[in-house]
Design a protein around this ligand. Sequence first.
Ligand SMILES: Cc1cc2nc3c(=O)[nH]c(=O)nc-3n(C[C@H](O)[C@H](O)[C@H](O)COP(=O)(O)OP(=O)(O)OC[C@H]3O[C@@H](n4cnc5c(N)ncnc54)[C@H](O)[C@@H]3O)c2cc1C
Length: 409
Amino acid sequence: MPRIAIIGAGITGVTSAYALSKLGYHVTVYDRQRYPAMETSYANGGQLSASNAEVWNSTATIMKGLRWLGRHNAPLLLNPRFSWHKYSWLAQFIGQIRNYRRNTIETTRLAIAARQHLYAMAEEEGIDFDLERRGILHIYHDAASFETARRANALLQEGGLERYAVSPEEARSIEPTLQTACHGGFYTPSDATGDIHKFTSGLARACERRGVRFAQDADIRNISLDGAPYVLDVVREGGTRREQHEADAIVVCAGAVSRQFARQLGDTLNIYPVKGYSISVHLDDAASQAAAPRVSLLDEAAKIVTSRLGDRFRVAGTAEFNGFNMDIRAERVQPLVDWTRKHFPGIRTSRVVPWCGLRPMTPSMMPRVGPGRRPGVFYNTGHGHLGWTLSAATAQMLAASVREGVGEA
Ligand SMILES: Cc1cc2nc3c(=O)[nH]c(=O)nc-3n(C[C@H](O)[C@H](O)[C@H](O)COP(=O)(O)OP(=O)(O)OC[C@H]3O[C@@H](n4cnc5c(N)ncnc54)[C@H](O)[C@@H]3O)c2cc1C
């Protein structure tokens, strides 16, 4: 039976492992962290959001981005220092404007398809991940952005999504804790939220029960390509041991690092690490719990998303083009705290845990799923700002591609 090595134990790697184990393959997942889901799949916005499927490749988004440049607390930050990776990625991003319509519709379809797989996995394996199926309310603060949103909404509807406009009063009745006024909103009843880290960790345990092996604290430094099988050069436990592991097929799910693996394996895969931040506000008292929304929100002007994860309120946003930088900067965290205080003044913000992560983003914002050039090489990566939403569907696509490429288990 072919031995399959998956590189990365984030949401894409673990859902891939699960789908492949269901087909009967012998799977080992490698990750440089001690536990699964410790990098971008750790504390994201929590939204399972077909309603956020609009790709960013549009002139309107670029104009908005340019207006934000230079404002230190803007939702978008670009470090102008030259890097070939960053500027070639941005050039390709602009080149993808022509595919805006097609890619938005395709992402919507993928996001809708993902839901049933995700819920089925959670139910079959008994995974508790603070799921809230109360929909997502997208709020707009001015007439112009609301009208622009109508055009995007038509594409989401074309992709099969039920999403409708609501008045400020209707928005307030959907989420009564919302304290500030808005111009209007769009509501998607079928969207949901949940804790990506709890889900991925729970699914990893389910994979182990099914016979999947996890090699954690295992940094893959090199893949030897001198004929079958592939040999992985693995550095264990912070460099204390070096091991060689054989695999007949490789699945790259390494998030923002996937580009480096693709280059080694002879493929071109342009992924840029687009940094984002979140805060988890701990709702320690009854008043804060009552003041925090349960319906997930997306504030268009601030580009902030929220989700209620049990007794935590997750607020996430910002897109930073600054390479592989993982510093948690106070001036990027503060707008998230300020936003919470402004819209939900009844929530105590005395215990706030900040986090940052790198969205693995392709210029088209579409994930790369399927075979590479070499036999036995596959990808399921590049999910950008929607990895939590899309992975359950792309894992199925990946598993079908592996079966076609290496044969039945
Ligand atoms: C602020 C923020 C908010 C977000 N909000 C949402 C949201 O609301 N909804 C949504 O759908 N998506 C959201 N996302 C996007 C989503 O979180 C990501 O798309 C997703 O987590 C990416 O998963 P991944 O498996 O590709 O990458 P990761 O989770 O980063 O997994 C990659 C793994 O590869 C491992 N790895 C890398 N290099 C090596 C190596 N050399 N050897 C061994 N292992 C290696 C890493 O340790 C890591 O565990 C958000 C992202 C951010 C940053």
